[in-house]
Write a protein that binds this ligand. Structure first.
Ligand code: BES
Ligand code: MN
Ligand code: ZN
Length: 488
């Protein structure tokens, strides 16, 4: 996709133009920059043929091309998500009409720079179609040129590039999340991560079984032990900040398929479990994008990777393992495997003397039950980090909601024979219990945030800009948080 940014007023519309209107605009008199469209559009507004309700979309033939009207809804209800989905709708309409190019007229907003970035992302994310596994893929999309126009805006090109790189990060996370588990398993994930990171000058360490054992990352070996495809741990380092500056460490759950192990999942719950590596995909994508954006910070991504399968060589219920942290863990449920591999990765993360640790994981069905498909659980007791992530999520159109690291439930993690159980025997508070377990592996005083993306990591239904399957959730929030943080 070719992207360009131009300033100034549009006088002669091209093959496709998108206009965004809110519900309070009953004519176009308040929008002098749209004078060229006044005659065509005003009557539609006055007669109520186009009400500019949120999500409303109307394609019109205009001159020799197309005019695409997109509704934004009530102006006081416009959010980041509105900018993303409205641009996605515009791009979709243009594509449906086989337009080769689309010019997006940037709508007025409180924060035009952010709006531009979001609209760039929305229109690019709408292009995602997992076609690589079709013997007869759909024809290549006709839409190959996107033009963004603002009457006046500083650094438009730079913002465009930022939006593009962020969208590419989301698309990478989606591609990996949608890749079938017979193709994407720990070894191939690790190789892919290396192939993507090395050309950017990042250093990549891959721990194979021997290194996992030598480094006492025993729970990763325990979880991966039931699979014919051995586990890995990948560490990607981006030294974008001053030498000696403490790094931010991202940790992502990389279960390439979660069958539950001997605590086998029922058939219905296996669907989508190839996406149980969405956290690892997100932190990889964020790190690559941070490098491409040349963010001035030191960043390390740690991705523990394993396939959770039932097998004679795999771990059992009741097994006890010593961890790198020194704590021992009794496995009371092999389906609570994410927290096991994350425990070891969090220990490694802590050894880097990090300024902060952020983990991203499709961790618990309980979190998906509590918050649904469009919202991640955020566990964080460090106010600056929690606020930073919440703000970033809001600006990027991703929902996160704070859940408590309740001291009261800590006792549930006690084991009769080891230090900890991985899964308490109570069926309630599952998302909190998992987060409390993770916290046992985070050094006191290290700012740490845990994002449980079990709900929003996959979409069961398509919506503007999102296809069924992996969503790439968490990439925009984490990357935007890091960008803001590194700006100081
Ligand atoms: N990968 C699952 C969590 C999950 C569920 C992600 C649904 C996406 C959609 C995780 O490994 C898991 O199985 N968790 C168990 C924990 C339980 C055994 C304590 C769960 O949530 O049921
Ligand atoms: Mn599981
Ligand atoms: Zn899992």
């Amino acid at each position: 996709m070719q992207l360009s940014f131009i300033t100034g007023r549009l006088t002669t519309p091209g093959a496709g133009t998108a206009l965004f209107l809110s519900e309070d605009e009953t004519d176009l008199t308040g929008r002098p920059e749209l004078a060229a469209f006044q005659a065509a559009v005003a009557p539609l507004l006055t007669t109520g043929q186009f009400k500019a309700k949120k999500g409303e979309a109307l394609p019109l033939q205009f001159g020799r091309g197309w005019l695409f009207l997109v509704g934004l809804g009530k102006p006081d209800k416009i959010t980041a998500e509105t900018w993303l989905t409205s641009a996605a709708r515009a791009a979709q309409m243009a594509q449906d009409r086989q337009a080769a190019e689309l010019e997006i007229i940037l709508p007025p907003s409180d924060d035009p720079a952010l709006t531009l970035k979001l609209q760039v992302m929305g229109s690019l994310l709408a292009q995602y179609r997992p076609q690589e596994y079709k013997s007869q893929p759909d024809p290549e999309p006709t839409l190959t040129r996107l033009i963004f126009r603002a009457e006046k805006l500083e650094k438009g090109e730079e913002l465009l590039e930022q939006g593009r790189l962020m969208a590419e990060g989301v698309l990478l996370a989606r591609r990996l999340g949608d890749r079938p588990a017979n193709l994407l398993y720990p070894e191939t994930f690790a190789l892919e991560a290396a192939a993507l990171a090395k050309p950017l000058g990042l250093s990549v360490d891959i721990f194979e079984e021997k290194e996992l054992a030598r480094e006492r990352l025993n729970l990763i070996l325990a979880v991966g032990g039931g699979s014919a495809r051995p586990p890995r741990l990948v560490r990607v380092t981006y030294p974008g900040g001053p030498a000696g500056q403490k790094p931010v460490v991202l940790v992502g759950k990389g279960i390439t398929f979660d069958s539950g192990g001997v605590s086998l999942k029922p058939s219905g719950s296996l669907e989508g479990m190839k996406t149980d590596m969405a956290g690892a995909a997100a932190v990889l994508a964020v790190t690559l994008a941070a490098a491409r954006l040349k963010l001035p910070l030191n960043l390390t991504a740690i991705m523990p990777l394993a396939e959770n399968m039932p097998d004679g060589a795999g771990c059992r219920v009741g097994d006890v393992y010593a961890t790198r942290s020194g704590q021992t863990v009794e496995i009371t449920n092999t389906d609570a495997e994410g927290r096991l591999i994350l425990a070891e990765a969090l220990t490694l993360a802590g050894e880097l003397q990090p300024a902060a640790i952020i983990d991203v994981a499709t961790l618990t069905g309980a979190c998906a039950v509590a918050l649904g498909e469009r919202c991640a659980g955020l566990f964080c007791d460090q106010p600056d980090l929690a606020l930073g992530l919440t703000t970033a999520a809001g600006q990027m159109g991703e929902n996160v909601w704070g859940l408590p690291l309740l001291e009261d439930y800590e006792d549930l993690l006690k084991s009769e024979i080891a230090d900890l159980v991985n899964a308490p025997g109570v069926p309630r508070g599952g998302a909190i219990n998992a987060a409390l377990f993770l916290r046992k592996f985070v050094a006191e005083g290290t700012p740490w945030a845990h994002l449980d993306i079990a709900g929003p990591g996959r979409a069961a239904k398509a919506r503007p800009g999102v296809t069924v399957g992996a969503t790439g959730f968490g990439v925009r929030t984490s990357l935007h948080y890091l960008a803001e943080r590194s700006r100081g």
